[in-house]
Design a protein around this ligand. Structure first.
Ligand SMILES: *Cc1c(COP(=O)(O)O)cnc(C)c1O
Length: 461
């Protein structure tokens, strides 16, 4: 049997809303052509993000009911702590309300002016928290990560030559720790190999620099290692995850990804002095150390989710369903980033709409069109998000991407088939898609709230 089926059946359903093209034209106009400003009820299939959008299992809902809401010493905390200690091997487990809260606390403790934090690629909240502390965030992805047409097994890897050069230039004393993001979200959800993790640790050991893992998608990464690194073929994913964490001194995690819950996160680490400082900050900003920013029931749901996510039937379905979507598009000639990563399919808007220059936002143009055509919401990761204008001169992003992030356990194969048809139809009509100009933008993180206006087809700003 070749078909890989969803490894679950559905006990509770949530209707989605069908709209007409006319309705969507009005809705997107009223949202100023910014998909973040749409009402979610006006979206048919929501690929905006895989964060906090997972469907929980019946066992997780049962765990929610069983949550212990005691202010201190809650039973739910001890279950949460036990599961994460077993998974990661770290000594101190500190719950937070999201991944970014863990980052904020960690970089408040270790960051500061003049410090440098290397990472294969910082996720945007990680970068923001590093920079807010006064430190510099440096991305060191391998070169192949920037080539959307080139297939490679581990495009998420850290460039070790660049890491060593950075350490020599900056001085060990100015690098409080090094990060490794698994999978590497910002370059397309691409995995990091075990050999890269091991060699990163060995290099850091030479300079006595701790390694931290941004573990949001650790299980997807572990499964890719099993699939693509021959010596791990016969190892269990749990075992692979253990080994990944064994090379690190701590981690931050957004439970909204691979813990299969809608809210939550944690900081985990071995250094007791650091943990004590982190807990003091936690009490000020998140809550008492046995609940962080969470309800007891959330801690229980996370503990259960972290157990379920290592189920290899789940991971096989998860990775394959993203790949299936990417394959369908690739076969139809749609330019996608290859190979597909763990949590999303990325369209290459630069190749999709070659006539729209970066200053007219090809990624935005494409994501608006996917909504108009089929009610699909995606997110632009290109010059709207990263481009800027300095002294009247426009600087575009390195890549013009549109991300279709797949929520965990939410959509079935027919939803994906439909979405692929929509993308292919938009590709067929690609010569009649307008570029955009920005009519309003806030001073920071403009992609969330900017307003746009369509240009005439073939028009320029
Ligand atoms: C989502 C994410 C974060 C931040 O987590 P939040 O829970 O959204 O605060 C950090 N790093 C990576 C790689 C992420 O994908």
């Amino acid at each position: 049997m070749n078909t890989i089926i969803e490894p679950f059946k559905i006990k509770s359903v949530e209707p989605i809303n069908f709209t007409t093209r006319e309705y969507r034209e009005r809705a997107i106009r009223e949202a100023f052509y910014n998909l973040f400003l749409l009402k979610a009820d006006d979206v048919l299939i929501d690929f905006l993000t895989d964060s906090g959008t997972a469907a929980m299992s019946s066992k997780q809902w049962a765990a929610i009911m069983d949550g212990d809401e005691s202010y201190a010493g809650s039973r739910s905390f001890f279950r949460f702590e036990e599961v994460i200690k077993e998974l990661t091997g770290f000594k101190h487990i500190i719950p937070t309300h999201q991944g970014r809260a863990a980052e904020k606390i960690l970089f408040t403790v270790v960051g500061g002016l003049g410090k440098v934090i290397p990472n294969n690629t910082h996720f945007d909240t990680t970068r923001a928290n590093v920079e807010f502390s006064g430190s510099e965030a440096v991305d060191l992805p391998v070169a192949v990560a920037l080539d959307t047409e080139k297939r490679a097994d581990f495009k998420g890897n850290m460039d070790l030559d660049k890491l060593e050069a950075l350490i020599k230039k900056t001085g060990r004393e100015n690098i409080p720790l090094c990060f490794l993001t698994v999978t590497n979200n910002s370059v397309g959800g691409q995995p990091v190999s075990m050999s890269n993790i091991r060699r990163t640790k060995a290099l850091l050991n030479k300079y006595d620099i701790p390694l931290f893992i941004d573990a949001c998608r650790f299980a997807e990464n572990a499964f890719f290692i099993k699939l693509r690194e021959p010596e791990y073929r016969d190892r269990s994913v749990r075992d692979i995850a253990h080994e990944m964490f064994s090379y690190a001194d701590g981690c931050t995690m957004s439970a909204k990804k691979d813990a299969l819950v809608n809210i939550g996160g944690f900081l985990a680490l071995n250094d007791s002095g650091l943990a004590e400082k982190a807990r003091s900050l936690l009490i000020m900003t998140e809550g008492f150390p046995t609940y962080g920013g969470l309800a007891g029931r959330d801690l229980d749901a996370i503990a259960q989710g972290l157990t379920e996510v290592l189920d290899e039937d789940y991971l096989k379905y998860r990775i394959r369903s993203v790949e299936y979507f990417g394959d369908k598009l690739e076969k139809a000639g749609v330019p996608v980033l290859v190979p597909t990563g763990g949590h999303a399919v990325f369209l290459d808007a630069h190749r999709f709409l070659p006539d729209i220059p970066p200053e007219n936002f090809p990624g935005q143009a494409l994501s608006v069109q996917l909504y108009l055509e089929g009610g699909i919401r995606s997110v632009e990761i290109g010059s709207v998000m990263f481009g800027k204008e300095v002294d009247g001169k426009f600087f575009g992003a390195q890549l013009e991407l549109v991300r279709l992030a797949i929520p965990r356990r939410v959509y079935t194969q027919s939803h994906i088939d439909f979405a692929a048809e929509v993308v292919i139809e938009v590709f067929r009509k690609r010569n009649s898609i307008p570029g955009y100009k920005i009519t309003y933008e806030p001073p920071f993180l403009r992609h969330f709230t900017a307003h746009f206006e369509a240009l005439p087809i073939g028009g320029r700003y």
